[in-house]
Design a protein around this ligand. Sequence first.
Ligand code: SF4
Length: 472
Amino acid sequence: MFSDIPVDVSPMHEGERIRAANMYVELAGPKSIGAELVQVDDSVEDGKYEVIGPELSEMTKGEIYPFCIKIGIKGEKLEKELEGVIERRNHDLCNYVQGFMHLNQRDQIWCRVSTEAIGTGFKLVDLAKAIGILFKEEFPIIEEISVAILTKEEEVKDFVNKAREIYSTRDERARELSDEDVDVFYGCTMCQSFAPTHMCVVTPDRTALCGAINWFDCRASAKMDPDGSIFEIDKGEVLDGMKGEYTNVNNLISQKTQGETERVYLHSVFEYPHTSCGCFEAVAFYIPELDGIGIVNRDFPNQTPLGIPFSSMAGQCSGGKQVEGFTGLSLEYMRSPKFLQADGAYERIVWLPNEVKESLKGFIPEDLFDKIPTEEDATTINDIKAFLIEKNHPILERLDNASDDAKEELSEKKISEEELSENVSLDEVTEANQEFIPITSIPEMTMPISGGTKIIFKNAKIYAEKVIIKKK
Ligand code: SF4
């Protein structure tokens, strides 16, 4: 079947990485543009595999090129709702091709071709052909298929814009429903090939963290193949509607992750957050100093306020781990009315990249929009804090309440108001003591620091430091 393709095509090549030293060219990715799109199309010419733009032989070693994969499919039982799920398989299937690496999804794809593959005479048209054959094998309902690879800059730009419009239409449709309107959620284990203890829970209010699959896509996929990697979850009893905890979600996640994860809160980063495979579009992370939550997306190139970039943070909380204080999410979930509702939703967000904030106009409550800083306003914890104070962000109320609790604790210790007074001159002082005032406690939290090292806090309390002055 693949006899005229000069490299091997098999699932055994999934997971092979092509490092920069071994790379012939990079395609799409953060330094260029690209997209992948599957569309049901009655005008498909079966078996048409083509490259529009320069082939690999016309590219220069070490360079980066724009790149799109356009797939047309036709079949009597094919529904438009299946496009998103079929498209998501492009990631796995491209990685079956030896010497070709595919990361991410939609307009985030990032691909590389190895120098060894070029040595065999491998071309992009071979990739197109391999994808066409693999899709027909994996989805027997695809009767006809065509694959076009685009590498010409103008064509790629136009195609990316068109693809983005189609992604938006798919996402908008998913907003028609909410979690309460349905009895069934969906589980997806497609990413278990590299994150064996990860299962996504897809609900109307929480699209998959890869951003490529919504509740409608899952419904169509589970109908087509009930034994496949996307399956129904009968919600069962609601244990906590605010946090998004359901009996059957817990049961199934425990079963599908070999008991690694037993409980999941769909709408919180605390205690039992949704696990993360590695395909997430963004990460929500707790900032203990501010008792707030920051968000960073995959495209953000700089350090986050935690002092590490997206890539380091992703490394610490991916692979199917449940790491309290962190959760991978899709950008679409940030448009959901249930977005981190148990944690305070946008009232708890204290930092996010400007690009993400701009894309959420109309979804972030109007009175909060200007109160949330981006990298253009502040990058360090101290600067963020100053910004939050200047803008009167609602997180200050949380911090004030925490201080009130602390004051109560202090009064229990019978420390007089006089002792708390700050208006004391030096010659009146007999004694100055340091007090540590408990603000909040965390059952368990992992904080990544540079170089792949992490700090694990267990049953940790966060204290504010205060100097208590006693007068003569
Ligand atoms: S990120 Fe989740 S929903 Fe998306 S393909 Fe992977 S397991 Fe499925």
